[in-house]
Design a protein around this ligand. Structure first.
Ligand code: PLP
Length: 437
């Protein structure tokens, strides 16, 4: 047999020294990266608990939970077992006209855990898709009621994903709306909340959103926002009363409320869902990221029976969406295992311990003259600088200090796995301090 693999690296071993890393640099696109000036990438060989292991043997404490997702830590025996068990039954089957136990169990768990009136679950493939689905639900809802509403009201500094409709409600400057002018739908942006979570509530904070809603409410299908924590659009942590006022305004003026819990859901802010800080429930809610404990891509859009039934009473007679990999059994089985781990309740004291420690350590970082502000909530810690970081050098400084933290712009932030130990968390914060000198 002819060896067709001559000149190719066929071993499973990653070649850090030469070919694999070079190939990566030349051919592989990473998130938000340039092919003209690719920044260094660190090859990871495996991960365990709160640690990432680099190909060169170095061990890093993970401060990112792989972007909010890995709440129970990596390579978790319970999640591994759930995936292995499901793999031997079926890894996938279509969801049209077919159902299966992992999906039904997941939807039941989501209905039980989420704010009361949310009863109908649409399983989606990723966070951005669940946002697309939420926006479509709101549009179909008003269409079915015979009203033509085509606008969404949202907040500056928001982030809802990278697909077009999700991007159209993401901060216009951060997501470069100018590039897509004429293609991207134009929605209405209110000033983002200014009152911090721990500050005294200022009633003026809601004025801009209230005025915009008042002026345009007959065109507005829904308000969409991230509850209490605005994530990738600026890592801002705002007062729960803001959210309560939004709910009241939506009720008064008859506008739907979509809450994007993709980053905040499943315990990250100290409540299972961030809307619980305000004691409100939305009409539509998106979850994703930590849903499978960081194992696989899976998200869900939940809504009330009233919204769901109204959507389906319209001209189309159904909700018009159905991805190929909808309800993927493997992802559902791991999500069920992750939610079972949450149901034991350990996350509550883990997250409050992290929050307590952040409240002790971050003010110290705040004393650096490069730091504009520090803030924290639950298992989220944020250091906002005056100037953007130099990515290459700060990333190297973190890795040299044995931690994995990935800043963006003027923000250095951590959201570690809930299982992180006190000394490990201390090491993350000290690495931030050291990177400032
Ligand atoms: C990450 C995120 C999304 C997008 O999710 P993807 O899985 O990356 O598509 C949407 N909304 C919020 C709040 C997020 O943090």
């Amino acid at each position: 047999m002819q060896n067709i693999n001559t000149n190719k690296n066929t071993s499973n071993q990653f070649s850090s020294a030469g070919t694999d890393l070079d190939y990566d640099r030349q051919h592989v696109w990473h998130p938000y990266t340039s092919t003209l000036n690719p920044l260094p990438c660190y090859p990871v060989s495996h991960a365990e608990g709160v640690h990432l292991y680099l190909e060169d043997g170095r061990q890093l404490i993970d401060g990112m939970s792989s972007w909010w997702a890995t709440i129970h830590g990596y390579n978790h025996p319970v999640l591994n077992q759930a995936a292995k068990d499901q793999l031997d039954k079926m890894s996938h089957v279509m969801f049209g006209g077919i159902t299966h136990q992992p999906a039904v169990e997941l939807c039941r768990k989501l209905v039980e855990l989420s704010p009361a009136p949310l009863q109908q679950v649409f399983l989606a493939d990723s966070g951005s898709v669940s946002v697309e689905v939420a926006l479509k639900m709101a549009l179909q809802y008003w269409h079915a009621k015979g009203e033509r509403r085509s606008k969404f009201l949202t907040l500056r500094h928001g982030y809802h994903g990278d697909t077009f409709a999700a991007m159209s409600v993401t901060d216009p400057d951060n997501s470069m709306h100018s590039l897509y002018k004429g293609f991207l739908p134009e929605h209405i942006f209110a000033e983002s909340p200014q009152t911090g979570f721990h500050d005294a509530w200022d009633e003026n904070d809601i004025a801009d959103l209230a005025a915009k809603l008042e002026a345009h409410h007959t065109d507005i299908a829904a308000i969409i926002l991230e509850p209490v924590v605005q994530g990738a659009g600026g890592m801002r942590i705002y007062h729960p009363t803001y959210l309560r006022r939004v709910r009241e305004l939506c009720d008064d003026l008859g506008v739907l409320l979509i809450v994007d819990e993709i980053a905040t859901g499943f315990g990250r802010t100290g409540k299972l869902f961030a809307c619980e800080h305000a004691g409100i429930s939305p009409d539509i809610m998106c979850v994703g990221k930590a849903l499978t404990g960081g194992y696989m891509t899976l998200a869900a859009t939940m809504t009330t029976k009233q919204v769901a039934d109204t959507v389906c009473s319209g001209e189309a007679g159904c909700f018009m969406h159905g991805p190929t990999f909808m309800g993927n059994p493997l992802a559902c089985a791991v999500a069920n295992a992750s939610l079972s781990l949450l149901e034991t309740g350990d996350w509550q004291h883990q997250v409050s311990r992290i929050e307590h420690q952040l409240s002790q350590l971050l003010p110290m970082v705040g004393q650096s003259e490069q730091v504009k502000a520090v803030r924290w909530l639950g298992a989220i810690g944020v250091v906002e600088l005056y100037e953007p970081v130099d990515m290459v050098s700060i990333q190297k400084s973190f890795v040299d200090n044995g931690v994995w933290i990935r800043p963006f712009g003027r923000l250095i932030y951590i959201m570690p796995p809930f299982i992180i130990g006190n000394q490990q968390l201390e090491k993350l914060v000290f690495a931030i301090l050291q990177s400032l000198h």
